[in-house]
Design a protein around this ligand. Structure first.
Ligand code: EPU
Length: 337
């Protein structure tokens, strides 16, 4: 393993921000990971996966460990289900396509989400009515301090909307090395409840969609709304959709009857942050090289040479204006470093 000093992270974060790691190492196996942790016990460490959910606002004064473990396989199956395991460093979308091509159902709605498999449990990624918690069985993770391996079951991950135990109680304590999903072999539970998916399928006259058709519909929708990080630096949704108590929402809704919302429980309502940001006048705006995407106001973009601090400043302006306009606080979804 080659530890590289003063390493540029520009190609390792989908925002394409220039920031330096004091030291950088890529690990390709659990045993390499163990060795690196043992040999650098007293060093400050920073774990990097696909770099698709972080905004770097400064250089990283630490040993950056890039988890690059590869491999995917079927670990078990019965008549109806298959258990597939992916190593943490596999690209998420390639993994999803691999399952779809085998006609294994469950991940198709999450096609084209950027990032690596190992970071998907951290924020319980989701799209179009599906979250990984719906098919996630367990993950293996290494305890950074002791290098012991631990299995986390679905329940132990304590998944919520873009939340898990890895962002809360045990933040920065474990490195996820592999993940197991339980997928269907037939009688797939397709979820085309999202209007956008139905419209996309109707365009192609598909009445009974298979996994590939759903995946293709999701890919088409995402490509029409969300910028490709290879062409325009971004980190997907920068903010979470705020969840309000119904009572709180009702008084706001009286003032803004056109506000979009989804009831998520008896007592809570989710409001699309993209709508709030658009109404606050930010959609498509550009401030130097930092901006708000023209097709999806939830996504902040780097037109080339924006610094992390510049993007952070834009995000703070948005938060402030949205709060002043609607009295609603929107929280960042990406990790600001
Ligand atoms: N909207 C606007 N203006 C905008 C963007 C959205 O008015 O600029 C409105 C839309 O008209 C729609 C509503 O907001 O009524 C919701 O928009 P959309 O269905 O596009 O989804 P979203 O709430 O903006 C969430 C996820 C996405 C995921 C989509 C589809 C979060 C923070 N984001 O976005 O996830 O792909 O739903 O399920 O929950 C990601 O996390 O990186 C991500 C892209």
């Amino acid at each position: 393993m080659n530890i590289i000093p003063n390493f540029s992270l520009k190609k390792h974060n989908t925002f394409g921000i220039e920031a330096k790691a004091k030291k950088f190492v890529a690990v390709h196996s659990v045993s390499e990971l163990k060795t690196i942790l043992q040999e650098n016990k007293n060093e400050q460490k920073f774990i990097l996966g696909g770099g698709s959910n972080m905004l770097l606002t400064q250089d990283i004064d630490a040993l950056v460990i890039h988890v690059n473990l590869k491999g995917k396989k079927i670990v078990k199956q019965d008549d109806d289900f298959v258990w597939v395991e992916s190593q943490a460093g596999e690209n998420w979308h390639e993994f999803v396509l691999w399952t779809i091509n085998k006609d294994f159902g469950g991940l198709e709605n999450m096609s084209l989400i950027p990032g690596n498999v190992g970071t998907t449990p951290v924020q319980n990624i989701g799209a179009y009515g599906t979250e990984i918690k719906d098919t996630f069985v367990s993950c293996e993770a290494m305890h950074i301090a002791t290098q012991e391996m631990k299995t986390f079951t679905n329940t132990e991950c304590n998944f919520g909307y873009r939340e898990s135990v890895f962002k809360q109680e045990i933040k920065d304590q474990f490195i996820i090395t592999s993940v197991v999903f339980k997928l269907t072999k037939h009688n797939h539970k397709i979820n085309i409840s999202y209007g956008d998916i139905q419209l996309e399928l109707a365009k192609k006259n598909i009445e009974i969609p298979g996994l590939i058709a759903i995946s293709n519909a999701v890919i088409a929708i995402r490509q029409s709304k969300l910028p490709d990080p290879k062409e325009l630096g971004n980190s997907g949704s920068f903010f979470k959709n705020p969840i309000l108590l119904k009572s709180e929402f009702e008084s706001i809704h009286k003032k803004f009857p056109e506000m979009k919302f989804y009831e998520i429980s008896e007592t809570e309502v989710k409001v699309p942050a993209g709508w709030l940001i658009e109404q606050a006048g930010f959609k498509g705006k550009r401030f130097g090289d930092a901006g708000i995407h023209k097709n999806q106001a939830l996504v902040l973009v780097n037109y080339g040479n924006a610094t992390g601090q510049e993007i952070l400043n834009v995000s703070k302006d948005i938060q402030k204006t949205v709060f002043e306009t609607f009295g609603i606080h929107i929280e960042a979804e990406v990790n600001v470093i």
